[in-house]
Design a protein around this ligand. Structure first.
Ligand SMILES: Nc1nc2c(ncn2[C@@H]2O[C@H](COP(=O)(O)OP(=O)(O)OP(=O)(O)O)[C@@H](O)[C@H]2O)c(=O)[nH]1
Ligand SMILES: [Mg+2]
Length: 448
């Protein structure tokens, strides 16, 4: 990763056929370089002008673009910057970029713009990651959670937790400084109260990591049951399009297919699977194996069947494969209307009946498992977040054990608290975390 004193350039929009492509230039020489290659350069910051992009050596016009100038520190990166919004497609943005590189800019590494924003104090690490997450979000809930990070809300909550732990350290330090007083100047209950508060906060954040996975990928909702139960028909009905093949022949579905739908609160990744049964057909057997794998990783299993006996048999069989909570569904209610199946949601894929009742039930089960999804809760989604919070929780546990034994001097007992503070600071990125940065930014897109 280059130094901050060079000027970087990259196409910030996706490659391909498009009306506009934005070429971004950032760094101390960005204005100079752009000025040389443009017939008109904006005179003031944050003002756009229409200009030709022209090769200063040959005089050839490379593109026509709307150019915006940004003066440090009022830019995304905090540096002098220029955005050239020219024609899209594969050739124009590449030609503009090549010209700017020839004139002294350097091709940016993935995420390098955001990295500079971070190093210039425009963002913290959680916010920087959140920007990538907003771009990558595949579910509405993931997008909302990422926006909350990007806005700094999550960072503030984590820093508040860090402050609680620092307060704890301060209480202990006070205790250490005045040991001669009988019970110490700080009531032990006060230390314990603050510790309990910190542990609660870490616990709540850690629980949200589990939710985070679900929010990012969608809760895996596997439709399972015997062949011909109407699973693929239900999958299509819930999706609103015919994706899965439906046929009267049992054993139609061989491969699992999935699709994400937005229910009212949770994003759901519906998976249609092969009907569970012993089969002599190799392909079908492989399909059943795939079903088993999906079942093992399911958050909720929707157990489909036409009769009570069929559903119960499938429920028992699935319980041996998957610990996930089950929602029983009695299918094809249009042809078996009289037959009520106790405890099952009645649906008809053909008539599109019972579908919202089924979605409600799935969401109720998810609420029960993960707590209801609040739009503004700090949802941490990455393995890095989980590792840092687990570390903080472990350090707090270590302190709690040392403190409650009362045999260890407060100075020594307090050591793990520093560890907890460091873990949280690394999470938000307020300390020097060069290696963390490199890992985080390696997954960014170029031009971001
Ligand atoms: N009347 C009625 N028939 C249905 C309904 N849902 C499915 N069927 C019929 O039941 C048969 C099997 O449906 P599928 O959706 O392919 O069943 P499946 O569970 O995916 O079957 P496999 O993939 O073979 O395991 C087809 O002939 C469907 O038209 C329904 O709601 N009402
Ligand atoms: Mg099927």
């Amino acid at each position: 990763m280059g130094a901050l004193d060079d000027t970087i350039v990259a196409v910030s929009t996706a490659a391909g056929r498009a009306a506009i492509a934005v070429v971004r230039l950032s760094g101390p020489r960005s204005h100079d370089i752009a000025r040389r290659c443009l017939t008109r350069f904006p005179e003031t910051s944050r003002v756009a002008v229409l200009s030709d992009v022209r090769d200063p050596l040959t005089g050839a016009v490379v593109d026509r673009a709307v150019v915006t100038r940004y003066d440090a520190p009022l830019s995304f990166t905090g540096e002098d910057a220029v955005e050239v919004s020219g024609h899209g497609g594969l050739l124009s943005p590449a030609a503009v970029t090549a010209l700017l590189i020839r004139e002294g800019a350097r091709q940016a590494d993935p995420g390098e713009f955001t990295r500079r924003a971070l190093l210039n104090g425009k963002l913290d690490l959680l916010q920087a990651e959140a920007i990538a997450s907003v771009v990558d979000a595949r579910t509405e809930a993931a997008r909302r959670a990422a926006l909350h990070h990007a806005d700094g809300g999550t960072s503030r909550q984590i820093l508040a937790l860090r402050d609680t732990i620092i307060e704890l350290e301060a209480l202990l330090a006070y205790d250490i400084d005045f040991p001669e007083e009988d019970d110490g100047p700080v009531a032990p209950e006060r230390v314990e109260r603050t510790l309990a508060l910190a542990r609660d906060q870490v616990g709540a954040l850690l629980r949200n990591v589990r939710v985070g996975e679900v929010v990012r990928e969608g809760a895996v909702v596997v439709l399972a049951g015997p062949p011909n139960a109407g699973k693929s028909s239900l999958f299509n009905a819930l999706l609103g399009v015919d994706r899965a093949i439906v046929h009267e022949t049992p054993g139609t579905t061989r491969d699992a297919i999935d699709a994400v739908i937005e229910a009212s609160r949770w994003p759901l990744r519906l998976v249609d699977t092969a009907g569970l049964r012993e089969s002599d057909d190799d392909v079908e057997r492989t399909g059943v194996e795939v079903s088993r794998r999906y079942l093992a990783g399911a958050h909720v299993v929707v157990v489909c069947g036409v009769t009570q006996a069929e559903i119960q048999f499938a429920q028992r069989a699935i319980r041996t494969i998957s610990p996930a909570p089950q929602v029983a569904v009695a299918t094809k209610r249009d042809i078996a209307p009289g037959e009520l199946v106790a405890g099952a949601v009645a649906v008809s894929a053909h008539r599109r009946e019972g579908l919202s009742a089924l979605l409600d039930e799935i969401e109720r089960v998810l609420d029960e498992q993960y707590g209801s999804l609040e739009p503004d809760a700090p949802v941490l989604t990455r393995a890095r977040h989980q590792a840092a919070l687990t570390e903080a929780a472990r350090e707090l546990d270590a302190f709690a054990a040392a403190w409650s034994s009362r045999e260890i001097p407060a100075t020594v007992a307090a050591v793990p608290l520093r560890g907890a503070v460091h873990a949280l600071e690394a999470l938000v990125g307020v300390v020097d975390v060069e290696d963390v940065l490199s890992r985080v930014f390696s997954s960014f897109c170029v031009g971001k």
